[in-house]
Design a protein around this ligand. Structure first.
Ligand SMILES: [Cu+2]
Length: 134
């Protein structure tokens, strides 16, 4: 009887912890967690094993405004310099990874943009890994 009661207290605590985590996550992202980012190259969570990426490309729900857009890339060497932010006209942002060249490790892309037909400024981030066998 005592053991059963203890177990239920433990389960209740776990449930409380899970519930507060869920409400914390919900309050962080807000009621409106819409993002216009649809896809990217490299992709979010991708583990690249074949060819070191030389560019970043992000695909949105509408044409991004290049002048109101920012991309940054951080990784094992800190901040990577990017050059030539542009759009290929496919509702995308594209940039060349200038230097240093990517090595194996984890990278984070941070982006900020405004897309056609929407006055809001959106921002987000995602990560990918480079893990090319030596
Ligand atoms: Cu391009």
């Amino acid at each position: 009887m005592f053991t059963a009661w203890r177990l239920s207290v433990v389960n209740f605590r776990k449930l409380l912890a899970a519930a507060s985590l869920v409400s914390l996550l919900a309050s962080c992202s807000g009621a409106n967690n819409y993002t216009p980012l649809l896809n990217s190259e490299p992709g979010a969570g991708e583990i690249i094993t074949e060819r070191t990426p030389r560019t970043l490309r992000l695909f949105y729900a509408a044409l991004p405004d290049v002048d109101n857009s920012e991309l940054t890339l951080t990784g094992p060497e800190g901040d990577y310099s990017l050059r030539g932010l542009h759009t290929m006209g496919a509702d995308d942002l594209m940039v060349e990874i200038y230097q240093p060249a990517l090595t194996n490790g984890s990278y984070t892309v941070q982006w900020k943009t405004r897309v056609e037909g929407d006055p809001a400024i959106y921002a987000g981030q995602y990560s990918f890994d480079v893990a090319i066998p030596e």
